[in-house]
Design a protein around this ligand. Structure first.
Ligand code: FPP
Ligand code: ZN
Length: 332
């Protein structure tokens, strides 16, 4: 954005109120700017972008601002009938990351019946490896974020029986580090985003007793910096999206009250753009739909009643999961 970066302590408070109308306008405008330079540049992320935008609007009670039929037809264009997976955009390669976004969009729109569910289940099933881990696509890269995507997709499809759940959970547990956290694979450094993914798998599979919630809760709380924002690993900058990965993990293990919610709310609110709407990664940066969703979801988790309640595992409105009868485990 040019100019000097703002210091990490919040020198000026920035916006202190939640700018809901501006955020709804920002997200809708982004979804309409199809010829925009930035939209073309981010084409690769389009189906994820649809999930971020739709969920952000849903949390703001403004989902109707998006055209359901248009979006569902885009989602179905991303479907690769040969593999059963979804691509980020028409004629790109399918991947479990995009498959989760497609299913989340269909679930939010109450349009699961539009998916070829049997083929999607088979696609996910084939990505599980012998040791229980998951590859993201046919290239074979293994990462705990793919385990999370696979398990959440199957939970939304109500087909967890299609994989070896015990083995999937055992693989996750084999990645547990001495500091109580998880990384992307066995032996990788603990990272808040991956902790979210691993606790998420354990929550969906009702296996949260397999971790020490006090140790991991402590590590997560240490992510809060003097400015109120949270980072994803020691020594990193604070980032609004990490407030989501950390807060949602704490919520799953029943330790959300361990963190200073006033300071983190203030950091997220200060990352709002008063002029254009939208939320950025930290105060003074340019907003985008990704940080707008995770900023709003974090604020919802902290109990703001102007937003719908968010589910900490699926990052979707809780009412969607209630309607579908899906109940991941949350510790008291
Ligand atoms: C940081 O990634 C974030 C993560 C590792 C979490 C990724 C989570 C998913 C793919 C699941 C998403 C699903 C829902 C429901 C929200 P990064 O590569 O940006 O890490 P860095 O900040 O260290 O570069
Ligand atoms: Zn971020």
């Amino acid at each position: 954005t040019g100019g000097a970066r703002k210091p990490l302590a919040l020198s000026s408070p920035g916006p202190t109120n939640l700018l809901l109308e501006q955020h709804a306008k920002f997200v809708v405008k982004y979804s309409e700017n199809k010829d925009d330079y930035e939209f073309v540049m981010s084409e690769f992320l389009r189906i994820n972008g649809v999930y971020w935008s739709l969920t952000a609007l849903d949390l703001m009670y403004a989902k109707e601002e998006l055209h359901k039929e248009e979006i569902m037809s885009f989602v179905l264009q991303c479907y690769d009938s040969e593999s059963g997976g979804f691509s980020p955009a028409h004629r790109h390669d399918p991947h479990i990351l995009y498959t989760l976004s497609a299913i989340q969009v269909a679930a939010t729109f109450d349009a699961m019946d539009r998916l070829d569910q049997e083929s999607v289940v088979r696609y996910i099933q084939k990505l599980q490896n012998k040791d229980g881990s998951f590859s993201g696509d046919i290239m074979g890269e293994v990462d705990n974020r793919f385990s999370f995507c696979a398990v959440s997709c199957l939970a939304l499809l109500k087909r967890l029986d299609a994989i070896d759940v015990d083995n999937a959970v055992n693989y996750i547990c084999s990645c547990l580090n001495f500091d109580g956290g998880f990384g992307s694979q066995a032996g990788s450094e603990s990272h808040a985003g991956l902790i979210f993914c691993c606790i998420g798998v354990l929550s969906i599979t009702q296996q949260l007793h397999r971790i020490d919630a006090d140790i991991i809760g402590h590590w997560l709380c240490q992510r809060q910096l003097p400015c109120g924002g949270l980072n994803g690993r020691p020594e990193k900058l604070p980032d609004v999206c990490y407030s989501w990965w950390v807060l949602s993990s704490l919520a799953m293990i029943g330790r959300l009250h361990w963190i200073d919610s006033k300071d983190i709310s203030q950091f997220i609110l200060a990352s709002q753009d008063e002029e254009t709407g939208g939320i950025s990664d930290r105060p003074g940066d340019l907003p985008d739909p990704f940080h707008t969703l995770f900023g709003l979801a974090g604020i919802s988790l902290l109990g703001n009643t102007k937003l719908k309640t968010v589910n900490p595992v699926f990052c979707m409105a809780q009412e969607v999961l209630d309607r579908m009868g899906i109940k991941p485990q949350l510790l008291e």
